[in-house]
Design a protein around this ligand. Structure first.
Ligand code: C2E
Ligand code: MG
Ligand code: MG
Length: 684
């Protein structure tokens, strides 16, 4: 700016008209002019200011530009606007914007300076706040994300990028949903946003997804930002990655509920789990068992070989115990060499004894720790709920008492708390060893029951039903030993014997000229192990029996618990040409569509429904439904347990094709069956 050549008075008058503060000075910095604006800004009158050096207005004359650098500042910065700190007469410091220009005389020689100042304290403060906010945004450890009202991302801070792995450009413009993990249902997020809109903010734990697809837990705080008119303009979300904290929490949980050495649940968790199981048991009338396992011979090992060896032995013991039971069962360590196994939901109380035997068998082979071959065993005490107790503490106490009883025998073994259970367990043991012997000594035999075609009245099949000719007890029915054979694993040998004997008989009948007779053999679930079809095929070949002379009966329960492997095995059997029938049908939960997955030829209506025919309308309806369902699915249908002519007539009227039962004949020894065939016995 070039000043005109006014005399000082005129100049002062002009300057007073200017609202801004204007100060003129000579080239050395001594004030020559001071307008009203300057008076108002600084609080000095013109008389007080004119003639003094400009430095007296500086907030900090020493630290800031001194008189020498005064020119340099000016020359360096020229007419540029500067932000400077100045001091009022009151001593108050303020920020001013300063613009300096040279004044020249007519010949163009500089004669002085003119400075315009205005107070910019408010603006500077605002800028400072903004800068501070920006610094916080940039440097915050917390991830910050700002969206517009449609929840599209406007900006994110570096912490956000660090936590999520996204670049700013990846996310800006994306909807905030972009970051969701599918650990929460959509409803969860909707609820959060409803809450934010209603209450203004929300805080809580949310899972989000990083760029690499990994989900992580965060502690989030979301708030809405309103503009001056009170309308929502933005959403502001902050969150911290709490993966570490969660891990720490999990660790604490682990330490509280798990045994550090073996990784098994500890006493505290066991108590909790048994408590829960007891609640379930009461509600659903289930049985459960608590098995207290106390190792034998552990103490001397620990004492002589040291704790390190002892610890490593315990780890191996824990593994073996864990592997011996099902995944739903609980194996816990009580401390020292004591473990507890919790069996929740067992169908029969005796199963606890089967598990105890399994545990003992698992501990039987020697353990190896370094070069030491170590033998340990255990005494196991068993309490059963609900019969022995209703709370965890007493069940554990009773199992402990039973364990001491087992210890007294001086050998590895188990004992029940209740005497009755001990007696039953003993009976079972006797039956099992007796059956083992019986199989070796050929004490088993087969009876056959005719299956009769209702339309023709003729015998079309023979169901083989096993009996045990016990040396002391005489003929024992299969219901008393098949379950024990299944649990002890003897069933495989038993079934092999039954199949072999039934096929031998089938061959004999066919050789005698009964060409249409089919022999049926019952299989148990345990028989369905890999290679079943091959074993059946090999037996057929060795007896010279074609596959269509054989039928295998399986129970409906097998299907409901079955896995894909069982279906494959059934398909393999069907592929041989052997037919399959579904025994005890109606007692399980098979649905129509479910049955279609299995290669079943015949449905066998369970005896319990036949019993009520024709008086019980429910039984009649069920029998009717099974027959029509079987027809629709293309299955044959047979009724078992038919004892009366009324039952037979009703079944005939339904369209049931075959019958079996005392009305025609009870199961009989093979000679009697042959006699029936020879005499041509038929339905009247
Ligand atoms: P299941 O296969 O349903 O056999 C029918 C059972 O009902 C037989 O009992 C038979 O004697 C009986 N029964 C037949 N007709 C009548 C009747 O009119 N009235 C009454 N009240 N009962 C009748 P059993 O022989 O005691 O066999 C019982 C179960 O043992 C069989 O039921 C079968 O599941 C199983 N079983 C028998 N033999 C074997 C075998 O060799 N292997 C396998 N795994 N299980 C077998
Ligand atoms: Mg059967
Ligand atoms: Mg049956």
């Amino acid at each position: 700016m070039t000043a005109a050549n006014f005399d000082p008075v005129t100049q002062a008058q002009i300057l007073d008209q200017i609202h801004e503060s204007v100060i003129t000075m000579d080239l050395a910095g001594y004030i020559t002019g001071w307008n009203r604006g300057a008076e108002q800004l600084f609080g000095y009158s013109s008389a007080e200011a004119v003639g003094r050096h400009i430095l007296f207005l500086y907030a900090d004359p020493d630290a800031e530009d001194d008189s020498e650098s005064f020119h340099d500042t000016f020359l360096e910065h020229g007419g540029r606007e500067l932000e400077v700190r100045r001091r009022r007469k009151s001593g108050e410091i303020f920020w001013a914007s300063l613009q300096l220009s040279l004044m020249r005389d007519a010949s163009g020689q500089p004669i002085g300076l003119i400075g315009y100042l205005s107070d910019i304290t408010a603006r500077i403060e605002a800028e400072k706040t903004m800068r501070l906010q920006a610094r916080i945004f940039e440097n915050s450890e917390e991830s910050i994300l700002i969206t517009d009202i449609d929840r599209r991302i406007l900006s994110v801070n570096p912490a956000f990028c660090k936590i999520t792995g996204y670049q700013v450009s990846d996310v800006v413009g994306q909807p905030q949903e972009f970051l969701r993990s599918d650990k929460h249902p959509t409803r969860f997020y909707e609820d959060i946003w409803d809450h934010v809109d209603r209450e203004g903010n929300w805080q809580g734990e949310v899972w989000s997804r990083r760029k690499n697809g990994e989900d992580f837990p965060g502690w989030a705080s979301i708030s809405l930002v309103k503009n001056r008119d009170g309308q929502i303009s933005h959403y502001f979300s902050m969150f911290t990655d709490i993966t570490e904290r969660k891990r720490a929490e999990e660790r604490i949980h682990y330490l509280a509920y798990y045994d550090d050495l073996t990784g098994l649940p500890n006493r505290a968790l066991l108590n909790k789990l048994v408590d829960q199981a007891l609640v379930e048991a009461r509600r659903n009338r289930l049985h459960g068992a608590v098995l207290f396992v106390d190792l034998n011979r552990f103490k001397p090992i620990n004492d002589t070989l040291g704790h390190d060896v002892g610890d490593r032995l315990l780890i191996q013991v824990a593994e073996r115990l864990r592997e011996a039971v099902r995944s739903e069962d609980v194996v816990a360590r009580m401390g020292g060499d004591e473990f507890v196994v919790g069996l929740f939901d067992i169908t029969r109380r005796e199963h606890a004894a089967v598990v105890a035997q399994k545990l003992l068998a698992a501990l039987d082979p020697p353990f190896w720790v370094d070069e030491h071959e170590l033998k340990v065993g255990a005494a196991i005490g068993i309490s059963i709920y609900p019969r022995d107790g209703f709370d965890t503490e007493s069940l554990l106490r009773m199992a402990d008492i039973a364990m001491y009883r087992a210890k007294q025998s001086g050998q590895d073994g188990y004992a029940f708390y209740s005497h009755e259970m001990n007696r039953r367990a003993l009976d079972r043991l006797k039956t099992e060893s007796g059956l083992r012997r019986g199989l070796e000594r050929n004490e088993l035999l087969l009876h056959y029951q005719p299956k009769v075609d209702i339309a023709s009245g003729r015998i079309v099949g023979a169901e083989a039903l096993v009996r045990w000719n016990h040396p002391e007890r005489g003929l024992v029915p299969p219901g008393e030993f098949i379950p024990i054979a299944e649990e002890s694993g003897l069933i495989m040998r038993l079934s092999a014997w039954v199949l072999d004997e039934a096929l031998r008989q089938a061959h004999a009948w066919h050789a005698a000229g009964f060409a249409t007779l089919k022999v049926a053999v019952n299989l148990s679930a345990r028989d369905f192990s890999p290679g079943l079809a091959e074993r059946v095929g090999a037996l057929l070949t060795s007896h010279g029996v074609p596959p269509n002379w054989l039928e295998l009966e399986i129970t409906e329960g097998m299907l409901t618990h079955s896995n894909p492997e069982v279906i494959t095995m059934m398909d393999d059997i069907a592929a041989l040409g052997v037919s399959l029938s579904l025994d005890d049908f109606g007692t399980g939960y098979s649905s129509l569509s479910y049955l279609k997955r299995f290669p079943i030829d015949t449905l066998k209506i369970d005896r319990s429904f036949v019993t009520g025919i024709p008086d019980d309308s429910n039984d009649c309806a069920i029998a009717g439904a099974i027959v029509s369902m079987a027809q629709r699915l293309g299955h044959r249908v047979i009724a078992e347990g038919v004892e009366t002519i009324e039952q037979l007539d009703f079944l005939r009227s339904l369209g049931c094709q075959e019958m079996q039962g005392y009305f025609f004949s009870a199961p009989v020894p093979p000679e009697e069956f042959t006699a029936m065939l020879l005499e041509g016995k038929a339905l009247g």
